[in-house]
Design a protein around this ligand. Sequence first.
Ligand SMILES: CC(C)(COP(=O)(O)OP(=O)(O)OC[C@H]1O[C@@H](n2cnc3c(N)ncnc32)[C@H](O)[C@@H]1OP(=O)(O)O)[C@@H](O)C(=O)NCCC(=O)NCCS
Length: 204
Amino acid sequence: MTPMEFPKTVKLRSGKEIILRPMESGDEAALLHFFQSVPAEDRMFFRDDVTNPAVIRRWARTIDYERMIPLLAFDGDRVVADASLHRQASSWSPHVGEIRVSVATDCRGQGLGTALAREIFHLALSLKLEKVMAQMMSCQNAAMAVFVSLGFTQEAVLKSYVRDQRGAKHDLIIMMQDVEDFWKHMEDAIAESHRDSSGDYRVS
Ligand SMILES: CC(C)(COP(=O)(O)OP(=O)(O)OC[C@H]1O[C@@H](n2cnc3c(N)ncnc32)[C@H](O)[C@@H]1OP(=O)(O)O)[C@@H](O)C(=O)NCCC(=O)NCCS
């Protein structure tokens, strides 16, 4: 992984301080607890059964930052959000990364998803990626609104391409944002948020 200044503190709009840092193998239990508390209606759209301890154990034991960089957000010992940057260096698209984000319901709407997205774009920039992709099912309206607010645009719709955890088919929406354009898009928002003297975030 590239050198980064972690852990970082994010102050949510509620005033709560959240710590961001890359996932380590010792986070297995806290991450499992986080995913088990994600509402079933959100888990339905996940690719893996994240409530299965074996799935999280495999993730924790095979952390490979060349393939996927997982960032966790902590409120004390509790994981309250998970974001990751996925890439395939030896593929047709080594210049493209994929972002995935999930925030605990009681921490949503406070800028945490945006703060994590910024960190993912910092990572993308330092890894010299040019584009970041986000994939979601057509019914994930909140997710689409979030990515639009980050400057992503819809690039493709694959009809009936994905099945949710209950087996129902949905269109897959592919959204994309250029890494350079992200910073232009976020300029105003970054100017509005107040970095304190330690360089940590304060979500406005
Ligand atoms: C999508 C998700 C990560 C957003 O996290 P969050 O911490 O609530 O996001 P933020 O507070 O930073 O919101 C960013 C912007 O998105 C928009 N937004 C957020 N939630 C929204 C909603 N429910 N409906 C419409 N717009 C919404 C707003 O414009 C918001 O900016 P504002 O608060 O300044 O107006 C969270 O809702 C989640 O975990 N959803 C389930 C998992 C998922 O769908 N992940 C995305 C697929 S990778």
